[in-house]
Design a protein around this ligand. Structure first.
Ligand code: ARG
Length: 464
């Protein structure tokens, strides 16, 4: 009566607007390839186990293959009346091959079907994300290699702290991304599991072979509990969580790009291709892309919070609430892929203003620690050395000069441990160079760090 594939027990149909509210086809059509892939594996297994005969299987498979081609050519027309991607495709199959198409759903439910689609979808996409992260890391390494001896002020509290190699600063983001990449890669083992064959929740009476369909789809294992299989959305939460942390990193980097490209810093210049102008102020060149990435982090966090909240109170097993797992996931994927591509291009094409950076470290007190360390090396307790240096900094501020401009007499008046060699020690290059401690900003350490980073990248290349 209702005209739905599941309409047998219904006496009347829902109104169009009710159907629209319940439908997911508007967004789950993005699962079209995965849904067909899952169906092909399922029907193959139904044939191999003798649940369907081979004629039926080949008719159904043939129909599914035709739908696959149509999907690739964008020739499928989906309808809200058929609710979601699963029912849309099943209806199309029946229209194409006749009532035998109705046998495809033997021993299967949309509950295990949708879970299967999501696993297949994320498995493919997470690998692509890992590749994109690796590509971005390569670009960071390239910029770092070009800037090993570019001096830059290192900050804490956004106050000049100590001079560093600009490469060292850039490489920090390499390591954040390395952890992101690791997290996405590690999550694959929880994505790479087949829920197919769990049925609605309890398994099925048909003599199916879950291992076989899993293998046909390329999954490494199967869920051991049918109820877990249809109700688990942890892998999507994990994807959103990994994406959130990735966006946190990109957002921090974006913030630095925005600062660095400002008139106040002028440490870098962004390529025109990644900047925009103002509709009223002709002089403006805005770092819009970096700002957008910073802003989009909020959306991704929102998607994570959204799904966690959806899941927190739903009883086992499948509940329609779970349909809400999709939009946030698609949106997040779209966002992180875009953000990674844009960021890579932005960093690859930016100009590092080496001279401005170099000048900056010569016009600040970021070498004050050097003086304190110098005194401490000569035997003065560090606390005392700190105080002596602080007084000299104050003296400079009063005179409007920097430590390197102080005459030796003034320095010696503060402490007779100071000798003429102090000027070499206070040079920013020397300050960077001397930081040989493992992982420090010393040029030699930065070179070692970059080598290690390259090793990591070649490991990624072997694994993806
Ligand atoms: N569109 C549904 C979803 O995305 C598919 C599963 C529907 N299952 C059901 N029994 N209503 O979750």
């Amino acid at each position: 009566m209702s005209g739905k594939l599941w309409g047998g027990r219904f006496q009347k149909s829902a109104e169009q607007w009710v159907d629209e509210f319940g439908a997911s086809i508007g967004f789950d059509q993005q699962l079209v390839t995965e849904d067909l892939e899952g169906s092909i594996a399922h029907v193959t297994m139904l044939g191999e186990t003798g649940i369907l005969d081979q004629d039926e299987v080949s008719t159904i498979k043939d129909g599914l293959e035709q739908l696959k081609v149509k999907a690739q050519n964008n020739e499928l027309t989906f309808s809200v009346a058929n609710e979601d991607i699963h029912l849309n495709l099943e209806k199309m199959l029946i229209d194409l091959v006749g009532p035998v198409g109705g046998k495809l759903h033997t021993g299967r439910s949309r509950n295990d079907q949708v879970a299967t689609d999501m696993h297949l979808f994320l498995k493919k996409r997470v690998k692509e994300v890992v590749e994109l992260i690796a590509k971005f890391q390569e670009t960071i390494v390239d910029q770092a290699v070009a800037n090993i001896d570019t001096l830059a002020p290192g900050y804490t509290h956004l106050q000049r702290a100590q001079p560093i190699s600009f490469a060292h600063h850039l490489m920090t983001y390499f390591w954040m991304l390395e952890r992101d990449k690791e997290r996405f890669s590690e999550s694959l083992k929880r994505i790479d599991i087949s829920p197919l064959g769990a049925g609605a929740l309890a398994g099925t009476t048909f003599p199916i072979d879950r291992e076989m369909s899993a293998k046909l789809m390329g999954f490494s294992s199967v869920y051991q509990n049918s109820m877990d299989a249809v109700s688990d959305r942890d892998f999507i939460v994990e994807f959103l969580s990994n994406s959130s942390l990735l966006m946190a990193h990109l957002s921090r980097f974006a913030e630095e790009i925005i600062l660095w490209s400002s008139e106040e810093f002028k440490f870098i210049e962004l390529d025109d291709a990644f900047s925009t102008g103002s509709s009223i102020m002709p002089q403006k060149k805005n770092p819009d892309m970096a700002e957008l990435i910073r802003g989009k982090a909020g959306r991704v966090y929102g998607n994570l919070m959204g799904l966690l909240t959806v899941l927190k109170g739903i009883p086992l097993a499948y509940n329609k609430d779970m349909q809400e797992d999709k939009e946030g996931m698609f949106d997040t994927l779209h966002t992180i892929v875009g953000a990674l591509k844009i960021f890579e291009g932005m960093i690859r094409t930016m100009t590092v203003e080496k001279e401005t950076l170099n000048k900056a470290v010569h016009q600040d007190f970021s070498n004050a620690t050097e003086l304190a360390d110098y005194l401490a090396t000569k035997g003065m307790p560090f606390r005392e050395a700190h105080a002596v240096t602080g007084k000299l900094v104050f003296l400079c501020i009063q005179r409007g000069i920097y430590l390197l401009d102080l005459p030796l007499e003034d320095l010696q008046e503060a402490s007779n441990l100071i000798e003429a060699d102090v000027y070499d020690v206070l040079a920013p290059e020397a300050a960077v160079k001397r930081r040989h401690s493992l992982g420090g900003t010393g040029f030699d350490q930065v070179i070692i760090q970059i080598e290690k980073a390259k090793e990591k990248l070649s490991v990624t290349k072997q694994t993806i």
